[in-house]
Every structure is written in structure tokens, then in C-alpha cells.
Design a protein around this ligand. Structure first.
Ligand code: PMP
Length: 443
């Protein structure tokens, strides 16, 4: 299988740099927080796949729902018909979303959710007679997807600087990363500066041209950037003031990663206009995503002169009955004690990982809930990663794998986001392996 994968699959990305080189590993089975590779080696799934296997691997009740729903109804067109699981799920999701956010548009994953939210923004502004209000503000350090427009929002230039991208539609602000704030600047002053940067951008561009601000509550793939103080609330307030739709990208942070179904309001106290979700909604058992949309936007549309305008947007697999049925059972599991367990265990997770800051190679360990990032630096005085061996993440990863732990390496960082079912002992095992791997890397 490894040979075939190497010859035919574009992904997994090669470890050696050239396209077509060897794949990183062949995972054959999973159970709880563990996966097993083709050699029979068992590894802790430190990143929960890709931030998604929230309820853990090999859940018989989810497997059963997949089977039962496929036997009942495996597909119906979302254009002209509907199905019960998608309607019931919509109601359950609305119950967890911020008040007044009662509408859902289902997609096939996170990128299509972001894309849908942005197309809806343009549709909303067109119908209201503001077709020029279409620019999108995102931030350095962001990750929003791999489709044309969603990739153009990403903070990493390598995601889009080689494309004739949609970047003429995108304006970028700084990442709210307190660890990388200029020296001598307090966190409060740094936060003020970030808000001021947005205010200036609105003033120089013109609010009549800006349609949306898109932000992950915590920048996940950018290195688990937890924003400072009341940054998100102040960005929300600026959006409200200038009629800019606030799109909260919760593809990673929703479904228990931060101990709540949605984190925007329940963790950060903000009410976005749209929330995008995917990944944890089915814990990876079926590809599904979606956008929660504030019902106020539909009232605005009804009051316009073109209230009969149609949002001509549809995906064949929107509202997929199997995906929605699995999502319902996944939500049952989360509501039935797992959200609470995640909130309880996250203190131990954060404190065990925080202790790694004692190692000289580690510049900062940061995180919230069950997501964390270990950032390595060349020296702790300048916190400079640039003079560091940039293979450091890969080297830690290699040692970790040898000791039975999968991590997600990002150049000079390692990101951890285990299944929410992880126990205290398993967190200790994970932290011990990380400790030993970092020591081996720095020696
Ligand atoms: N938004 C965020 C915050 C993400 O982390 C990701 C995927 N890592 C996406 C969107 C894109 O989701 P997908 O890969 O399911 O298209």
C-alpha cells in the first residue's frame, strides 16, 4: 500500500520536499485516543487526526448510525427536498448557537463553509443595494481553507502567492499574537494597536467597500494564537459600527475543543453574524460542515426591494442525511458529559504542557481548552525563531513517533489537540513523551 500511495497520491505531502516522495505513515486502525500503523505500532493521536476526532476513534454508536442511515436513506437532493436528520440537527445546533442565530446552511467541510459564508455576504449586500461592499478582512496567521477564495484569506503567503488569487478582494490585518508583540510593548497596548489597525483600515478603505471580517476565535493552524484581552469583542464592535459582517470561523474551536459546542459567545462573549463549522461536527466520521447564519440577516433581506432574490448556491452533498445523522449522535455524546469532561480535564492538559516551558528550547507554551502549541526559539532572550534550525518541529515529531505519540509539527512549533476523551494518565504519558523528545532535540 505504501508503494501505491507514493506513486499515485498527491497527499500526504512528502517529507523530503519533492513532490512524489515517500508518505509519512500508513494508519490502519484507531481506538479511543490511539491509532495503529501498518507495522502494528500504537500511537497516541495527539492532533485528533486534524483537530477533528473529538469523541475518539472506533465509536460503535457512530458506526451504527452510519449503517442505519445508509439503509434508511443514503441521499436526497438538498435543492428540492429535505430529510429529517438535517432538520433536527439544525434545531439542535441553533439551540447551542448565540441567540438569534437560527439558520444553517450545510456544506461538505470547512473550506466550503467559509466559501458559503462569503458568497452569502456578497448576496446579502447585493440584495440590499450595496454591491461594492464585498472586500474581506482577514489576518496574518489565519487558516481558512484550500479553495480559491478561502485560501486567499490564509495568513501564510505560500498558500496563495503562486496563484492568480482572489487577493484583490482580501485585506490583511496583523495576527493577534501577544508572544510576537514588539519588545517593550505591553499586552494592553498591543491589543489597542490591533484594534486601531482595523479602525484605520476601515477609514482608509471605506466601510462601504468592506463586507466581512473573518476570524478564527483562536488561530489554530497559525500556532494556537489565543487573542489578548477583549480583542475579539472590540473587533466585533467595530464590525457592528460599520455594518461589516463578522464571520467567526469555528471549524476547529467548535464541538468541544474549548468545552462548548460553539465558543464564540460561550467562551469569548461575542455574537457573530455567521459561524462556520466542520471537523468536530461529525468527529471525522463523515465529511460535513456548515454555516450558522444570524436570522436578522434574513429579516434584512425580506425588507429589501428584492426580497424574492434567491441565494443561488448549492452543493450536491449539502444536508447529507448520513452526515447529519452522524452529527446528531456525535452531539448526543458531547452533551452527555463529554463537554463537561473536556472542560474539567483541560486544566491538567494545559498545566502539564505549560511545564515544558522549563526546557531551554521552548519559548512559549500557549493554549486554551484542549488545544495547545509548543513554540521553540533559538534563544529565550530574543525569542527569535529565525536563527533556529527550522527542522526542529520535524525532529521533535520524529522522536515523539518513536515513543508512540503523533504530533502536528509546524516548522518551529508542535500543535496538540487530542480527542476530548483523553484521561489524566494519558495526558501525563503524552507530556512525558513530549518532554523527552524536546530534550533529545535540543541536545
Ligand atoms: N477553517 C479553519 C479554521 C481550519 O482549521 C480549516 C482546516 N484545517 C478550514 C477552515 C478548512 O476546512 P476543510 O479542510 O474541512 O476544508
Amino acid at each position: 500500500i505504501e508503494d501505491i500511495a507514493t506513486r499515485h497520491l498527491v497527499q500526504p505531502w512528502p517529507t523530503s520536499g519533492s513532490i512524489g516522495a515517500e508518505a509519512r505513515g500508513l494508519i490502519q486502525s484507531g481506538e479511543g485516543i490511539y491509532v495503529t500503523d501498518h507495522t502494528g505500532r500504537r500511537l497516541i493521536d495527539g492532533p485528533a487526526g486534524m483537530w477533528c476526532v473529538n469523541v475518539g476513534h472506533r465509536r460503535p454508536e457512530l458506526a451504527q448510525v452510519l449503517y442505519d442511515q445508509a439503509m434508511d436513506l443514503s441521499y436526497n437532493s438538498p435543492w428540492y427536498t429535505t430529510n429529517a436528520p438535517s432538520a433536527v440537527l439544525a434545531e439542535r445546533l441553533a439551540g447551542h448557537a448565540p441567540e438569534g442565530m437560527n439558520h444553517v446552511f450545510y456544506t461538505t467541510g470547512g473550506s466550503s463553509a467559509v466559501e458559503t459564508a462569503l458568497r452569502f455576504m456578497q448576496f446579502y449586500n447585493n440584495v440590499r443595494g450595496r454591491p461594492e461592499k464585498k472586500l474581506i478582512v482577514s489576518r496574518e496567521g489565519a487558516y481558512h481553507g484550500s479553495t480559491y477564495l478561502s485560501a486567499s484569506l490564509n495568513g501564510r503567503p505560500r498558500d496563495h502567492d503562486w496563484m492568480d488569487s482572489a487577493s484583490q478582494l482580501v485585506l490583511k490585518l496583523s495576527s493577534p499574537n501577544p508572544f510576537r508583540r514588539p519588545s517593550g510593548v505591553s499586552v494592553e497596548a498591543f491589543c489597542d494597536g490591533l484594534v486601531e489597525e482595523f479602525r484605520t483600515l476601515i477609514a482608509t478603505t471605506g466601510a462601504e467597500r468592506i463586507g466581512a471580517f473573518v476570524a478564527e476565535p483562536i488561530q489554530a493552524s497559525g500556532g494556537v494564537i489565543v487573542p489578548p484581552g477583549d480583542y475579539l469583542k472590540r473587533m466585533r464592535a467595530l464590525c457592528t459600527e460599520h455594518d461589516i459582517l463578522y464571520i467567526s470561523d469555528e471549524v476547529v474551536t467548535a464541538f468541544g475543543r474549548l468545552g462548548q459546542v460553539f465558543a464564540s459567545d460561550d467562551v469569548f462573549g461575542i455574537k457573530p453574524d455567521m459561524i462556520t463549522f466542520a471537523k468536530g461536527v461529525t468527529s471525522g466520521y463523515f465529511p460535513l460542515g456548515g454555516v450558522m447564519i444570524a436570522s436578522r440577516l434574513f429579516s434584512d433581506l425580506r425588507q429589501s426591494n428584492h426580497s424574492d432574490a434567491m441565494f443561488a448556491h448549492g452543493l450536491t452533498y449539502s444536508s447529507h442525511p448520513i452526515g447529519c445523522a452522524v452529527a446528531l449522535k456525535n452531539l448526543d455524546i458531547l452533551e452527555d458529559g463529554l463537554l463537561e469532561q473536556a472542560r474539567t480535564i483541560s486544566g491538567h492538559f494545559q498545566s502539564r504542557l505549560k511545564a515544558l516551558e522549563a526546557l531551554p528550547l521552548v519559548g512559549e507554551v500557549r493554549g486554551l481548552g484542549l488545544m495547545a502549541c509548543i513554540e521553540c526559539v533559538a534563544d529565550r532572550v530574543s525569542n527569535n525563531p529565525l536563527t533556529l534550525d527550522l527542522e526542529v518541529g520535524k525532529r521533535i515529531d520524529k522522536h515523539c513517533q518513536e515513543m508512540g505519540l503523533l504530533v502536528r509539527p509546524l516548522i518551529n512549533m508542535c500543535v496538540m489537540s487530542p480527542p476530548l476523551t483523553i484521561s489524566e494518565n494519558q495526558i501525563d504519558e503524552m507530556a512525558d513523551i513530549l518532554d523527552r523528545s524536546i530534550r533529545l532535540t535540543q541536545d
